[in-house]
Write a protein that binds this ligand. Structure first.
Ligand code: 1QQ
Length: 444
């Protein structure tokens, strides 16, 4: 201490006093600089916090990446009314998911759902071009579609080789999930659905004995369903008295020979069963009624559309069709779906929009589950891994709540669905002269 205040110089009382003061000062000064330092530190922290907050306010956060699905539907062509209804179904699913409607997904997605909806037409070439674009250009996470089994048999193998999960929204022919491990469907196969229509027709018309069964030969679904109906006719003890074929391109008088043969058949035909697509089958019905067939008609899945009332100008009144959707299903999800569908599109939803809605919901749920298990947005995975992870999640589905009721998938990607129903078409003549139809439910 001595050396601090002047070395060896004598300094007496004052000096001692000075020394004491000086020691206190040093202590105080040390405390002061400590306080100053803490103050400066605090100031520094506050400035940094302010800069961070300002940065967050002025520079907006990067928006979450969209989750892109490809939706390929036959919006124009021989099943155009069905494709249009499917488009409405997927649009509603997109709204529900992006608006976080409760009861649709188990958890919300990391980003907005972006559906690329394309018209495949009713051809395999049209579907091929769209599916190629989805796989290679839009780089979608999964594909909903195409509408027709005929198209899926052509595009499914391509998507499967590319490792892109596909959900068939309306492919009902035998063999669709067996195309490959990436191919699933939410549309119950003809083998499960079609025989119900025959049984219901027998309840309505117990005297039916001799059946004419006809199907298109240039469409995979029509051929598959035709076979199912023939089996069901045999199983129910009916007589397959006539078997005929046509093409999905046939219209109007193109059916005259076929119908004449049915009308002249011996024994006389008392039930007509039709497996074709929408426009051709509608034309066949119109022509059959015009030429004098007045017995009951069972329609296949191509006729599962209330628009058939208008397309046949009322001739399909009373037609019996099996369906995989029960509009009266008393679940919160189905009731909201029906109500919002009616409000938005001014019609009630049939099987095709319900299945299309389900296809989007199921794929989005698979994405949500991948995000939950990896704890990151699916868009931060590389595309091939993301697609594979979705396929793996789809295989786990069991008892998942949809507007079709609870569904799951087998290890082959086939839908597991308990319920199938039967409808009868009622033709409505509107005050403005137009015709519309309603599918009245006969039972499950
Ligand atoms: C299929 C079908 C069609 C009737 C859908 C429109 O079921 O092609 O499998």
């Amino acid at each position: 201490m001595e050396s601090l205040v002047g070395g060896d110089r004598p300094c007496g009382r004052m000096c001692r006093h000075y020394r004491i003061l000086l020691a206190g000062d040093i202590e105080e000064e040390g405390m002061m600089s400590k306080r100053r330092r803490s103050l400066l530190l605090l100031l520094g922290v506050l400035v940094i916090a302010a800069v961070v907050v300002l940065f967050q306010i002025l520079v907006p956060a990067r928006p979450p990446e969209p989750i892109v699905f490809g939706v390929g539907l036959a919006i124009t062509g021989v099943v155009g009314t069905i494709g249009e209804d499917q488009r409405q179904g997927v649009q509603l699913a997109q709204d529900f998911i992006n608006q976080k409607q409760p009861g649709v997904l188990g958890r919300s997605l990391s980003g907005p759902l972006d559906l690329r909806i394309e018209d495949t037409l009713d051809t395999t070439d049209g579907a091929g071009a769209v599916i190629d674009r989805f796989i290679n250009q839009d780089r979608v996470l999964c594909i909903i579609g195409p509408t027709l089994s005929q198209q899926q048999f052509s595009t499914g193998p391509v998507a499967n080789t590319a490792g892109v999960p596909v959900i068939g929204p309306s492919n009902t022919a035998a063999g669709i999930p067996q195309i490959g491990e990436f191919i699933f469907r939410v549309s119950a196969p003809v083998a499960q659905v079609a025989p119900n229509a025959l049984r219901a027709a027998l309840n309505l018309f117990p005297n039916v004995r001799n059946v004419a069964q006809v199907n298109a030969t240039n469409d995979a679904f029509s051929v598959s369903e035709g076979g199912t109906f023939r089996q069901a006719i045999a199983d129910t003890g009916l007589n397959l008295a006539f078997q005929g074929t046509f093409l999905t391109t046939d219209r109007g008088t193109g059916f005259d020979q076929l119908i004449t043969n049915i009308l002249n058949n011996n024994p006389p035909i008392d039930l007509l069963v039709i497996s074709g697509l929408t426009n051709d089958s509608s034309s066949l019905i119109q022509e059959a009624r015009a030429l004098g067939y007045d017995g009951p008609i069972v329609g296949g899945n191509g006729l599962n559309d209330p628009n058939v009332a208008r397309l046949t100008e009322g001739a399909a009144e009373g037609m019996v069709v099996a369906t995989a959707y029960f509009p009266g299903l008393q679940t919160a999800l189905n009731q909201t779906f029906r109500q919002r569908y009616q409000e938005r599109f001014n019609e009630s939803p049939g099987q095709f929009p319900a299945q299309a809605f389900t296809a989007v919901q199921v794929c989005a749920e698979a994405v949500a589950r991948v995000e939950a298990s990896t704890s990151q947005p699916i868009t931060s995975l590389d595309l091939a891994s993301a697609r594979r992870a979705i396929q793996q999640e789809l295989l786990q589905f069991s008892g998942f709540e949809t507007v079709l009721g609870p569904i799951g998938f087998t290890s082959e990607g086939e839908i597991i669905q308990q319920n199938a129903f039967v409808t009868r078409l009622t033709v409505i003549e509107n005050p403005d002269g137009t015709i519309s139809g309603e599918q009245e439910l006969l039972g499950g």
